[in-house]
Design a binder for this molecule. Structure first.
Ligand code: ZN
Length: 563
């Protein structure tokens, strides 16, 4: 593709062109803006290059030679300098006079490329930095067979149909405004209803599992973030300090230090442990604007956070319980498949190797005890301890970052978080940071895509729309709505002067599970004529029966049934 673009656009400057999951992209600095119409032309030129079956020839060279070769390619020169500093191998691949800087490996020749398609154009800052030039990115994909390519394209179309950013707007769930700032989510009433239902469920399940729910401040003195290490280690993700009474304060990037202060508000005996404190804590972290994405990469989000303070001998039980809890939560929301990762000690770490090994083994034992398979993610632990990540798979088989369970040796040490042991001595607690959903924002984004906006009955922001056939049925329709509300169901009346079929169509587009059509007969018999969002027409049902059935479904949190 880069060769084709180079041929079609003289003066093209090349950025990077990596492979990504299911495809590739390449960033270009071009004399003019690309349009979607350019893609077929580039594809055409690519086909010619492929038909030529030209060999890819690898060459390794030193930085000086590479700089001479790419003298008119400023982005490549920058990459060469980085490679030189890092001491990496500098290699190029050449086909038919076109040479690109690439680590490789490559196919043997262009003829090996079978089925490909260029998919889209996007703007992308050079190296993801909004202070650097905006380049033009072309996304594409390639497969060994045309059939695989078609399957993939169908899946992309389905993903596009389920895109939470599109559905968020169409279903009036949330918005993000340039005026208030990118990456900051506004929850509209319908999105907020889904969130409230998730939160209520979340709280109830935590209380069942002997967690206590707490609330903590949103800003705090700079000093506490110095003690915690965030000031130093997460500086790039913190918002600038604000001045309060002449002291620097920060907006919180995490909830942990607050829970620690509460723990330390008095002496704790071994008998009190484990202490489990849960908080739906809203945190703010700076992310570059180039990486922000709908609800999944944001600058402010609410973690479904909890900290467990326990003794070392309790860690295995606690971790196993959290994993079970996370699995229960995911299962309830209809996610049956997920991959578990155990991330081990990174290059930079706090604590000793012995303590790390012991904790890592504990995590593995907890998973082993539950009969769960896991993948080792070597060196991917946080600097303060090993962790378990659960990546859930949605209806299209795509992986989403979900719950995480992290063991921490660092903060208990930094803050001297102790308990009095049976021996009367002070011992350091083990701290576990965990979420069972991830964050409300990301989980909601994932949920929207999982269901394509057609939420299960228990989560649907509007469960039923009552549709009067004529104005004279409006009073009965309002009565039905009132009864549904009284019985705990979320219902609205569509009283606009539109045709009944138009109202049904709109309710279906809004993915409302039930449309209740009411006319003379329904009003006379105390019934509602039930249509499902799937299009199925169930005919007249006594209102009481409808309420009982839907409340039953909602109460059981069924994810796959409407009737
Ligand atoms: Zn934490």
């Amino acid at each position: 593709m880069a060769e084709a673009v180079g041929q079609l656009f003289s003066g093209a400057r090349f950025g990077i062109g990596p492979t990504i999951q299911d495809g590739f992209y390449y960033d270009f600095d071009l004399p003019r803006a690309l349009t979607p119409e350019d893609l077929p032309q580039i594809e055409g030129r690519m086909r010619e290059i492929i038909a030529g079956n030209r060999p890819f020839v690898r060459e390794e060279l030193d930085a000086e030679a590479a700089r001479r070769l790419f003298a008119d390619q400023p982005y490549k020169l920058e990459l060469i300098n980085v490679l030189e500093q890092e001491g990496g191998t500098i290699s190029t691949y050449t086909q038919d006079g076109f040479t690109d800087l690439c680590r490789g490996p490559h196919a043997e020749s262009t003829g090996q490329i079978r089925a490909f398609k260029l998919l889209s154009i996007a703007g992308a800052y050079w190296r993801g930095d909004e202070r650097r030039p905006m380049l033009q990115r072309i996304y594409g994909t390639a497969f060994a067979t045309g059939e695989e390519l078609e399957t993939h394209l169908a899946r992309l179309a389905e993903a596009e149909r389920r895109d939470h950013r599109r559905l968020g707007k169409e279903l009036d769930l949330y918005s993000i405004h340039e005026e208030s700032g990118p990456g900051l989510v506004h929850w509209h009433p319908k999105g907020a209803t889904v969130r409230r239902l998730i939160e209520d469920f979340w709280k109830a399940e935590h209380i069942k599992r002997e967690y206590d729910i707490v609330y903590t401040p949103h800003i705090a003195r700079g000093d506490i973030w110095k003690t915690s290490g965030h000031w130093e280690l997460y500086r790039d993700n913190l918002y600038s300090p604000m001045d309060v009474d002449g002291q620097p304060y920060l907006v919180k990037p995490m909830n942990c230090p607050f829970h620690i202060l509460m723990y330390k508000s008095r002496l704790r005996s071994y008998r009190e442990l484990p202490i489990r404190w849960a908080e739906l804590g809203t945190v703010y972290r700076y992310e570059r604007s180039g990486v922000l994405h709908g609800l999944t990469r944001v600058r402010g989000f609410t973690q479904d956070d909890a900290h467990i303070f326990c003794r070392p001998d309790q860690l295995e039980d606690e971790v196993a319980d959290v994993v079970e809890f996370a699995r229960f939560m995911l299962g309830t929301f209809g996610f049956a498949e997920y991959d578990m990762y155990v991330s081990t000690r990174p290059e930079k770490y706090a604590g000793t190797i012995e303590v790390w090994d012991e904790a890592t083994e504990t995590l593995k034992r907890s998973l082993g005890r539950l009969g769960l398979d896991y993948i080792i993610d070597p060196g991917e632990g946080v600097f303060y301890g090993p962790k378990i990540d659960i990546k859930l798979k949605d209806a299209l088989g795509r992986a989403w970052q979900g719950p995480t369970i992290q063991v921490d040796f660092n903060l208990p040490q930094r803050f001297e978080v102790m308990f009095t042991g049976q021996d009367g001595q002070e011992h350091q607690v083990v701290m576990v940071h965990r979420t069972v959903l991830g964050s409300m924002e990301r989980f909601f984004g994932c949920l929207i895509e999982q269901y394509g906006g057609a939420f299960p009955v228990w989560l649907a922001p509007v469960q039923a729309v009552v549709i009067p056939i004529a104005d004279r049925h409006l009073e009965y329709a309002q009565n039905v709505r009132r009864q549904l509300r009284v019985e705990g169901l979320r219902a609205e009346v569509d009283d606009r002067s539109l045709r009944m079929n138009a109202k049904i169509r709109e309710a279906q587009l809004q993915k409302v599970p039930y449309m209740l059509v009411v006319g003379d007969r329904e009003a006379a018999d105390g019934k509602v004529s039930v249509r499902l969002r799937s299009g199925e027409d169930l005919g007249g049902q006594p209102l009481g029966d409808f309420i009982a059935r839907v409340n039953g479904l909602a109460g059981s949190r069924a994810t796959d049934k409407l009737w």
